[in-house]
Design a protein around this ligand. Structure first.
Ligand SMILES: Cc1ncc(C[n+]2csc(CCOP(=O)(O)OP(=O)(O)O)c2C)c(N)n1
Ligand SMILES: [Mg+2]
Length: 660
């Protein structure tokens, strides 16, 4: 009845967002949610109204959301495809097909850890069964025996594409779940009684801890894929097929049940409730447009005072290990996962011994499924855990770009600050010894382009420890980028816990002539160059950028106000990069002329070739920085080539040998 009213009013153009109606598919939502407790959690996708309502979601908040009002469940930031009512256990819906599934699996991980018998249901369509991330999710749920019900509403279509052009005829949808070792159940998705009794049995098993269940619900949608109209006449499905399903109207089938009988007065009361909810949604105010800026990031946790530094010198890798040790000790709800986290090499030594200390539940290896595992981390984070996920190369995290960009970065915002994603993703940037085009990319500029992601790149062991502790205690997703060549570098690091700001750069050498901004490992090259330029009488102010999002542009500007020259050194391409961003921001803010043109010192605009003969000159060195800055001052270093180190350039020092 709610959706019939949406369909009727939709042409008025006041509900200005896509709506995917479930008319014809009601029994699956109702039968399944009736088998749940309010404390159980449900997730869904684009076609989520029925799931939201059946789980007990607030009708007024739903309609106000579809009308884009401040009183909507997401304050107007989500719309029809992003409903949430956490009090009713409807955690959230997102319309990237298949993408919500691993998030629900992550919530099931939280539910399992809580040990209170809570179960999770995730609804998705037949189309989602073609998404790799769903299969990765089934595998992980089966592996960990998670309390999750995968509810696949098979309505035979993905938009206009019928099942037979998308999936092999000889394999049923449930077969693929069986292949993952998940118990499967098939149900007539139009028969509410059948769905309910099969769901009750499944939920009972889930509460006993016997592992996930996959339920295939055969059903059919009556209206067009998106919108309120009838579309059997546009040529993708036949009226004959439609009429066949219409005879199996889930409401007509349920009307045969004595328990489904409603007195006319009860039906009237429902109509009035719906009418009142529409009236409220229409008359409610829109959110203040300025509120669009709210909830990009969850409130940051404060950093403490600078600790006593002491005299202890340790490596960057050891500093990271200590930071994770401290975070695991401080937060019972934190955990570490990633490919190789507990293996004999412990991610270049950064996770060594932590599984022995904290156990397999809190420090664990993962299937080779970065996309789903990122979703699992997100789902566990929004339900109360604090995961740290590590990738041995940043390049591997790219297969999880949907989860990082569409999900992690957006949950806090699109659900209007009602949930947050306290997640750290460590990514290691490779270099040298043949790392080549797919083990070396430094894509901080990509990530920094996405509102909602913090991006940090410490360059010293001291900062690595303090920033990782701060990241693990932050309530927003933090991408923590570590250059592989920093792992063996050392600095003085206090033994105790301390935090370093996730939003401040650091002046690491003062000077009046040039502001030289280094990013991650390039900061070391900048320091070396500054020393040599000092010998030429040029005083360099070196800024270690440390954080890319947010960019501490104010500190850079105040340095440039003094030096009136700026050079930025990055181990990424200049085009659309962080170096370009920094120089643009500086230019937009200053009202004086620079004494020299600004300069970006970055990578060549081609992928890193593997052969050391070709890779040798790919990365800017201190020699390049010295030459370029000297030229700014009219000094030509004729014998420059002699400055270039004679090594192959694919290892930071002679002790550092491959493979790595
Ligand atoms: C990853 C992704 N690709 C494409 C789309 C566009 N899209 C929206 S719904 C949909 C069909 C989904 O079919 P199914 O999973 O069977 O759900 P149904 O619409 O039938 O309920 C598609 C392709 C999307 N939202 N996400
Ligand atoms: Mg479908």
């Amino acid at each position: 009845m709610v959706e019939e009213e949406i369909a009727k009013r939709y042409p008025q153009q006041q509900m200005r967002c896509p709506v995917h109606l479930s008319i014809g598919q009601e029994a699956a939502a109702v039968g399944l949610c009736a088998a749940l407790q309010p404390t159980d959690w449900a997730f869904s996708g684009h076609r989520n109204h029925a799931h939201y309502l059946a789980k007990g979601g607030n009708l007024k908040a739903m309609l106000a959301e579809i009308y884009g009002k401040a009183t909507g469940c997401c304050g107007g930031k989500g719309g029809s495809m992003h409903l949430t009512d956490q009090a009713a256990g409807f955690i959230g819906a997102t319309p990237i097909v298949g993408s919500t599934v691993p998030i629900a699996v992550g919530a099931a991980l939280t539910a399992q850890r809580e040990g209170k018998g809570r179960v999770v249901v995730v609804f998705f369509g037949d189309g989602a069964m073609e998404a790799g991330v769903v299969h990765e999710s089934l595998n992980f749920a089966a592996l960990k025996k998670l309390p999750i019900l995968f509810a696949c509403e098979n309505n035979l279509y993905s938009v206009y594409s019928p099942l037979e052009v998308r999936q092999p005829e000889q394999r049923s949808i449930s077969d693929s779940a069986t292949g993952h070792g998940v118990k499967t159940v098939q149900a007539d998705g139009n028969n509410v009684q059948e769905v309910y009794s099969k769901a009750c049995a499944a939920v009972h098993d889930l509460r006993q801890g016997s592992g996930p269940v996959f339920m295939e619900l055969a059903t059919y949608r009556w209206l067009e894929h998106c919108g309120p109209g009838y579309d059997n006449d546009i040529g993708y499905r036949t009226e004959v097929e439609f009429q066949k399903w219409k005879q199996r109207d889930p409401l007509a089938i349920s009307a045969q049940l004595a328990s489904a009988f409603l007195e006319p007065a009860e039906i009237d009361a429902i109509r009035q409730e719906i009418e009142a909810a529409f009236s409220a949604a229409i008359s409610d105010p829109f959110a203040d447009p300025a509120s669009a800026e709210l909830h990009v990031f969850a409130p940051a946790n404060v950093t403490g005072p600078e600790p006593e530094r002491g005299t202890r010198e340790i490596t960057y890798a050891e500093a990271l290990r200590e930071a994770q040790d401290i975070s695991l000790a401080n937060f019972d709800n934190s955990y570490l996962m990633g490919l190789g986290v507990p293996d004999p090499k412990g991610i270049f030594g950064t996770t060594l011994g932590l599984q022995e200390k904290y156990g397999e539940e809190r420090v664990f290896d993962i299937p080779l499924a970065e996309n789903a595992m990122t979703g699992v981390a997100i789902g566990s984070a929004i339900t109360g855990m604090r995961p740290i996920l590590t990738h041995q190369r940043l390049d591997f995290a790219l297969v999880s770009i949907d989860q990082i960009v569409n999900q992690a970065a957006k949950w806090h915002y699109m659900f209007n600050g009602t949930m947050s994603v306290p997640l750290v993703i460590r990514m290691i940037i490779g270099r040298g010894w043949g790392q080549g085009p797919q083990h070396s990319q430094s894509l901080h500029a990509w990530f920094a382009h996405i509102p909602g992601l913090r991006v940090v790149m410490p360059s010293t062991a001291y900062d690595a420890k303090g920033m990782l502790i701060a990241a693990a205690d932050d309530n927003s997703p933090v991408l923590f980028l570590e250059h592989r060549w920093l792992h063996n570098t050392t600095s003085i690091v206090p033994e105790n816990a301390y935090k370093v700001s996730l939003s401040k750069s650091s002046i690491i050498r003062e000077g009046n002539d040039v502001t030289l901004v280094g990013i991650s490992y390039m900061t070391l090259e900048c320091l070396e160059a500054a020393k040599r330029l000092g010998d030429l009488g040029i005083e360099i102010e070196v800024i270690d950028l440390r954080t890319v999002q947010p960019l501490d542009i104010a500190s850079i500007i105040s340095s440039v106000e003094k030096t009136r020259r700026i050079v930025v050194v990055d181990h990424a391409e200049a085009t659309c990069g962080v170096s370009s961003e920094i120089i643009s921001c500086v230019y937009e803010s200053i009202n004086f002329c620079l004494k020299s043109k600004p300069k970006r010192i970055c990578l060549a605009e081609h992928p890193l070739p593997t052969s050391y003969a070709m890779a040798r000159d790919y990365y800017p060195r201190s020699d390049d920085i010295v030459r370029i800055i000297a030229e700014m001052f009219g000094i030509k270093l004729a014998s420059f080539k002699n400055l270039v180190s004679s090594s192959f350039g694919d290892q930071p020092n002679s002790d550092f040998t491959g493979p790595f």
